[in-house]
Ligand binder design. Structure first.
Ligand code: ADP
Ligand code: ADP
Ligand code: ZN
Length: 209
């Protein structure tokens, strides 16, 4: 099964997608995680993607992004895609790779998303995201490895956050119409508490029985 998650920054993709992936026995595939890991690993393409694009709040070019996803998807049976596609060209490329079974759009007010990003922190060792939906037991410390939690660089700068919202508004939002036409779009109220959001997702995908 292939499920796509769409939302503005802070909408809850990274919170809900891994949970759904575990439940349906699919892999969680986040392009944001891929880009951050490549950067951390000093991969030349990862450094270019950071310095010229995602580090400034711009989308990375399709010529970099699409092949990365294609390579990963070729190794997987099922996937929950978090952060891909983010524009029409990527959606068309995805349709050529696999059959998308369902698309979940988490809608959220910009004010709520901004507030959430202010609390978001990650453990780079475990790739775990913390915040209002997943609070660390000890402040600033990963529950799993006890490593230090850090804010994402692109969450720490108001101008970069604004840029990312603009990218969502002008490019990613067009995908709502794209998938609505295909008849597999499920729109969920992402402003609710995380449990409620998850229940709504399961119900929309008819996995709640
Ligand atoms: P968020 O959780 O705030 O929505 P992500 O972790 O999904 O952000 O992505 C971080 C950044 O990585 C994005 O702002 C963008 O620059 C880049 N990125 C992620 N996915 C894509 C994509 N599909 N196409 C282009 N750039 C992407
Ligand atoms: P995205 O991947 O769409 O950018 P995340 O899942 O990383 O969003 O969520 C952004 C931040 O908001 C995280 O710190 C997370 O803990 C928190 N969060 C996610 N969903 C909710 C929710 N329903 N209510 C409150 N906080 C949430
Ligand atoms: Zn950790």
């Amino acid at each position: 099964m292939i499920v796509v998650f769409l939302s503005p920054p802070g909408g809850g993709k990274g919170t809900q997608a891994p949970r759904l992936a575990r439940q349906i026995g699919a892999e969680h595939l986040s392009t944001g995680v891929i880009f951050r890991s490549m950067y951390e690993a000093n991969d030349p393409l990862g450094i270019k993607a950071h310095d010229e694009y995602w580090g400034k709040g711009q989308l990375c070019p399709d010529g970099i992004t699409i092949p990365l996803v294609e390579k990963k998807l070729a190794e997987l049976e099922g996937a929950v895609l978090d952060g891909f596609p983010r524009n029409i060209a990527q959606a068309e490329a995805l349709d050529r790779m696999v059959k998308v079974d369902a698309v979940v759009s988490l809608s959220i007010t910009e004010q709520t998303a901004l507030e959430r990003l202010g609390y978001r922190a990650e453990c780079k060792a475990c790739n775990i995201t913390y915040g209002l939906a997943n609070k660390p037991l000890n402040k600033g410390e990963c529950n799993s490895c006890h490593g230090q939690l850090n804010m994402r660089n692109d969450d720490a700068d108001a101008a970069i956050i604004r840029q990312r919202f603009e990218q969502y508004e002008t490019k990613t939002k067009l995908l709502l119409e794209y998938y609505r036409k295909n008849g597999n779009l499920h729109e969920i109220d992402g402003n609710q508490d995380p449990e409620r959001v998850y229940v709504d997702i399961l119900r929309a995908l008819r996995l709640d029985a």
